[in-house]
Design a protein around this ligand. Structure first.
Ligand code: SF4
Ligand code: SF4
Length: 287
């Protein structure tokens, strides 16, 4: 049976151990989703999708009950995708590599900014070691350099170190290396990919407004649950500006059929977004 959403984002925590210069920052109460809450969310989400992504804002590998959450996801036959800044891979690798539910891990290499408290070589070595093991276990690994256009990072140096740590023949990667500052995706090894894209700006009410027609897959192919249970239409509404309801107070079905949710869906059909935040979002075209 085809499910309505290709993915549902579940923010298991909005707490992070980094403070990236490009991050919108958390303005909500810091919290971790409990195992019971996670189980409830999964049961609500299951009729709509088989794929969950444990991230909106925050660092999911900080969750103290990560193992239990992954077990719950497996129990309900959910495929799990995790986006992480990669700093805690060594600490959590035993849990991750032994989680049958884990399908894909996306590692934001662009979090390794010059002001990072983590040492770059050590960080990249940890990432390379993890992805090598994960790929042999059938887990897809997506390494991200979403920082094109930023002038304070040397992507070529990162790429060269990564190739060396992965034991890749550098010459064989010559073409990819030459295009390191162009957006696109490269397969480095079976199940290990490198994705390059421009640095994006989070949608925010402080961003300039556009009157252009806008279409977005928010609430069409995805929906997100923030760590306090607030339902928002996409993984980018990190501040809960488009709060459609709370899953701990109303069933997801009811929230999705609410007047505000319907207006958002129909607004995108007409290329006229009903929400002010969507008029201040440059990301819609990237979905
Ligand atoms: S790793 Fe993600 S959540 Fe953490 S500060 Fe950086 S952008 Fe923000
Ligand atoms: S336009 Fe932006 S803020 Fe609005 S639903 Fe889409 S991604 Fe979210």
């Amino acid at each position: 049976m085809i499910k309505k959403f290709s993915r549902i984002y579940i923010e298991i925590t909005n707490i992070c151990n980094l403070s990236c210069s490009f991050c919108i920052g958390n303005v909500r109460t810091p919290r971790f989703v409990t195992v019971d809450e996670f189980s409830y969310i999964i049961q609500q989400a299951k009729p709509y999708t088989n794929h969950i992504y444990l991230h909106v804002l925050g660092e999911p590998l900080l969750h103290p009950q990560l193992k239990e959450l992954l077990a719950v996801a497996h129990h309900f036959d959910m495929q799990v995708n995790i986006t992480t800044n990669g700093t805690l891979l060594a600490k959590t690798q035993e849990i991750l590599l032994n989680a049958p539910a884990l399908r894909k891990i996306s590692i934001s290499l662009h979090s390794m900014e010059p002001n990072s408290p983590y040492q770059k070589e050590e960080y990249l070595a940890g990432v390379a070691s993890f992805v090598t093991q994960a790929a042999t276990k059938g887990i897809f690994c997506d390494l991200r350099l979403w920082n094109l256009g930023a002038d304070d990072v040397d992507n070529e140096a990162i790429f060269i170190s990564l190739c060396r740590l992965l034991g890749l023949d550098y010459t064989a990667q010559e073409t990819a290396r030459l295009k390191i500052n162009e957006s696109g995706n490269t397969t480095l090894m079976p199940r290990i990919f490198l994705g390059k894209a421009a640095r994006f700006t989070w949608p925010s009410m402080a961003e300039p407004r556009t009157e252009q027609p806008i279409f977005c897959h928010g609430l069409r192919s995805q929906v997100a649950v923030l760590s306090d249970g607030t339902i928002v239409p996409c993984c980018l509404d990190s501040q809960g500006d488009i709060a459609l309801g709370n899953i701990f107070q109303l069933p997801l079905t009811q929230i999705l059929s609410s007047e505000r949710a319907q207006a958002l869906y129909n607004g995108f059909s007409a290329r006229q977004p009903s929400e002010e935040l969507c008029r201040r979002c440059g990301y819609a075209t990237r979905f």
